[in-house]
Write a protein that binds this ligand. Structure first.
Ligand SMILES: *Cc1c(COP(=O)(O)O)cnc(C)c1O
Length: 424
């Protein structure tokens, strides 16, 4: 390698970005990166707390947080220091070996999940892989005798062939059929339909997989009592209750896990919980938590594996993220700020806003017309990043370090939206 190429390879994003505008980077993107996401909305070069900057030097309030990932905001000093220190000490070892950060991160996850004695963690690199692990746990549990697998309409559980089996959206599924598993989708939050599904051949159900708060579908918390019923029926019929908290977990809703809210979970103990997104504060890491020795024992030696999963740097990221949330009292902050923000938005009484849903800082704003994309584009132009997760729903999932003053910028944007969809 020439000296020039060597230094180019060592160039930081910041230095690289100095050499290009959003437009030129976007052009290079379209010639090098596969077109599965469409053109990027902006090319971002730097972040600090709840703010990010694009390659043209424009600043944005980041209310999406990398889709519920950047729990501590961007470039958090504690997380940066923890990851850097670990990388500079021991970056990777494979799972033939273990590291103190991996072990301590697993212990910490079991602690915040209040998992009973005998519970265990399997680390992955993403939410999808956590769901894949959950499906393998489920296959072992069914042992060929329980062919039925239940999930909910509008569910999102990932895009690999296994996780995609559990994902509802036809446009995601159909081009890739046959998928790994046959799944029955039950109407969302419908207790009668849930009872009916267990009434006949309930003993053939291997697992029921649920998001306590559906994220991608537009932020829909399950109705009170539903999870308790799900626990009752799965226990009675010997099926596993798998809670996908990839988006709703790790403090996003103001509790470590959404099912820990009394009005959502009513004190249930699940069999499996999957987490990712916020788990490493932006470092790619996921996990499956198996509750109790029986479930934890379903994947024995040699039955699952990963090269990267739970590597020392990921462990450090998990410990630092959980540590800062605890040290800075962010769970309470997320719960309180989220409630105030939802009330502020609803209180605007804006004619375009039909409903405000959510829990903590996972918030869906249902509009009265299919103009969510237009509103999100308008927000971006005025320097605020939000997401149109459906045609009618805006979603925000900001960093937990958001302040009331930051949030007010978004309220102000909504307040000044035109009264009718035509004017957008
Ligand atoms: C994002 C998400 C996934 C997939 O996670 P990836 O890290 O994108 O693989 C799975 N389940 C839920 C509920 C999610 O929100």
């Amino acid at each position: 390698m020439s000296a020039d190429l060597t230094s180019a390879a060592l160039t930081t994003t910041a230095a690289l970005a100095a050499g290009g505008s959003v437009a030129s980077w976007t052009d290079r993107y379209t010639h090098a990166v596969m077109d599965t996401f469409g053109p990027p909305q902006r090319v971002l070069v730097r972040g600090d707390g709840v703010w990010v900057w694009d390659a043209d030097g424009r600043r944005y309030l980041d209310l999406l947080g990398g889709i519920a990932v950047n729990a501590l905001g961007h470039a958090h000093p504690t997380l940066t220091a923890a990851i850097s220190a670990q990388l500079g000490t021991l970056g990777h070892v494979s799972n033939f070996f273990a590291s103190p950060t991996q072990i301590a991160a697993a212990e910490k996850l079991l602690e915040v999940a209040r998992a009973p004695e005998g519970s265990r963690v399997f680390f992955t690199n993403s939410g999808t892989e956590a769901l894949e692990a959950a499906l393998k746990v489920t296959r072992r549990h069914s042992a060929g005798r329980r062919p039925r697998l239940l999930a909910l309409e509008h569910a999102f559980h990932g895009r690999s062939l296994g996780a995609l089996s559990l994902t509802y959206k036809a446009a995601y599924r159909e081009p890739f059929e046959p998928l790994a598993s046959q799944v029955e989708f039950l109407p969302f939050g419908d207790s009668a339909a849930l009872r009916a599904a267990f009434e006949t051949d309930g003993d053939q159900i291997a697992a029921l997989v649920l998001e306590p708060v559906q994220g991608e579908s537009g932020v829909h918390p399950l109705p009170a009592g539903y999870l308790a019923l799900a626990r009752e029926l799965t226990t009675r019929h010997g099926a596993l209750l798998v809670l996908d908290e990839v988006q709703s977990g790790m403090g996003r809703t103001g509790r470590w896990f959404a099912y820990q809210h009394e009005h959502l979970g009513g004190g249930i103990v699940p069999d499996v919980v999957t987490v990712a997104k916020g788990l490493g504060g932006g470092f790619p890491v996921g996990a499956l938590i198996a509750f109790g020795p029986q479930v934890a024992g379903l994947l024995g030696r040699g039955q699952h594996g990963t090269t990267f999963g739970g590597n020392p740097v990921a462990g450090a990221a998990v410990l630092a993220t959980i540590g800062v949330i605890e040290r800075d009292g962010l769970l309470a902050h997320v719960g309180e700020l989220g409630a105030r923000l939802r009330a502020r938005i609803a209180g605007l009484g804006h004619p375009l806003v039909h409903e405000v849903r959510g829990e903590g800082l996972l918030i869906g704003i249902e509009l009265t017309a299919p103009v969510a994309a237009a509103v999100a584009a308008r927000a971006l132009t005025s320097g605020i990043i939000v997401n149109a997760c459906t045609a009618t729903t805006l979603r925000i999932a900001p960093p937990y370090v958001l302040t009331d003053a930051d949030a007010e910028l978004f309220v102000d944007l909504l307040a000044h939206l035109p009264a009718t969809p035509e004017e957008l």
